[in-house]
Design a protein around this ligand. Structure first.
Ligand SMILES: Cc1cc2nc3c(=O)[nH]c(=O)nc-3n(C[C@H](O)[C@H](O)[C@H](O)COP(=O)(O)OP(=O)(O)OC[C@H]3O[C@@H](n4cnc5c(N)ncnc54)[C@H](O)[C@@H]3O)c2cc1C
Length: 365
């Protein structure tokens, strides 16, 4: 509730997704006064995610077993020429809404204040204008602001940053009749710039397609056709849809993520992988670094310290995002070229294939 908030904090974190909660937790651990705000009425709802994370998540957060729906051991990559490749890909299918809530709880237990249903509206002299529903806007002071407000970041627009290049995805949650422990990825020329996925979640599965922005008008038809293909191939006996969701996935990291006393983290910084769209783990990692750097800068009374955020993010995952970006540019330039042998092309542009890493290996020689 707006009424119970202080008039100023050391740090305001806008957005309580994985990046924002992780940032709030790390900053609060340092002993600074943190306010974490979330504009939605329910944390993590509606879920706009396929909910797959790699096993490395355990390096960064302690997961409660209730937020893990099942383990994953491998990924099968299906190419249009009917060949497939099975790779080891250990990870977990999460219950994203529980997972996001647990991260908020961890931030609160570390000392952060959390306020739900509160929108960051505008930047003001020395703070942020916030609003609860249609109530009057209120100014809250802050020494540092972290924009962890997702791919269409409002905070980024406050500092006049351009919208991020992104893919658009549509996903159905369906009934899964036969449990499975691997994920499936499918490529097709029609899934321009992206791919289709089939991720099992116990007796359900997340099935979706993500493609470039210019092709989104045909997305629902593509997904319906994909599901029918799965049925015709015998993968599914029937199609029973439980819920529908979708959203945008950034596919190009921002070059600058520190702007005076403002940091951008997670999807707001374009930290999802440009090829796979996986963004949960990088959101947590960048959020944790942002929170630590903000906390430290506040304690040292030295905002120049915030610059370390950019360097540390680069050390943590910069190379992988930069290489992914090069691959995305190549992929977008060549997807529709008739002379391109499509199956070989996918092998060069999808992280699961050894061909993806060829230029990187050449660079290192
Ligand atoms: C369909 C789909 C499938 C995906 N599947 C996967 C997957 O399987 N694995 C994976 O790793 N990644 C996946 N991703 C990407 C992943 O969901 C994101 O990378 C991740 O959620 C980024 O976390 P974040 O904290 O940066 O942003 P978000 O999770 O988007 O959180 C931002 C929060 O900020 C809040 N907010 C926004 N504006 C304001 C404001 N002005 N004031 C207050 N609050 C605000 C929002 O309500 C939101 O809760 C998928 C994305 C989509 C769309």
């Amino acid at each position: 509730m707006v009424e119970t908030l202080r008039s100023s904090y050391d740090l305001i974190v806008v957005g309580a997704g994985p990046a924002g909660s992780s940032a709030a937790q790390e900053a609060a651990r340092k002993g600074v006064k943190v306010l974490l705000i979330e504009r939605r009425q329910r944390i993590g709802m509606p879920v706009q995610c396929a909910e797959l994370v790699s096993k490395w998540i355990f390096r960064y957060v302690s997961l409660r077993s209730s937020s893990i729906v099942q383990s994953i051991d491998s990924m099968v990559i299906h190419l249009p020429d009917q060949t497939s490749l099975k790779i080891k890909s250990p990870g977990y299918m999460l219950d994203r809404s529980l997972f996001d809530k647990d991260l908020v709880i961890a931030a609160v237990l570390a000392g952060a204040e959390f306020s739900i249903g509160i929108k960051g509206v505008k930047m003001t002299e020395g703070g942020v204008l916030i609003q609860e529903g249609t109530k009057e806007e209120k100014k809250i002071g802050a020494k540092v602001i972290i924009g962890a407000d997702g791919v269409h970041s409002t905070v980024a627009s406050w500092i006049k940053q351009p919208p991020l290049k992104h893919l658009v995805a549509l996903q159905y949650e369906i009934v899964l009749f036969e449990p499975q422990s691997h994920t499936d990825i499918y490529f097709h020329r029609d899934y321009e710039g992206g791919y289709a996925w089939f991720f099992p979640k116990g007796n359900r599965a997340n099935v979706g397609i993500g493609i470039t922005l210019s092709k989104t008008s045909g997305l629902q038809e593509l997904l319906d056709r994909f599901l029918n293909d799965l049925k015709n191939a015998g993968t599914l006996p029937r199609i029973e849809i439980l819920s529908k969701t979708g959203g945008s996935i950034p596919c190009e990291p921002r070059k600058q993520i520190v702007f005076g006393n403002i940091l951008l983290a997670g999807d707001a910084a374009g930290h999802a992988h440009p090829i796979t769209g996986a963004g949960i783990l990088n959101a947590i990692v960048s959020g944790q670094i942002a929170g630590k750097m903000a906390g430290e800068a506040i304690l040292r009374k030295d905002l120049n310290y915030l610059k370390n955020y950019e360097t540390q993010c680069h050390d943590a995952f910069g190379d992988s995002l930069q290489y992914g970006s090069l691959k995305r540019n190549f992929l977008e330039e060549n997807w529709n070229k008739k002379e391109v042998e499509f199956n070989q092309f996918i092998r060069k542009t999808w992280v699961g294939f050894k061909e993806y890493y060829e230029e990187r290996r050449k660079d290192r020689k």
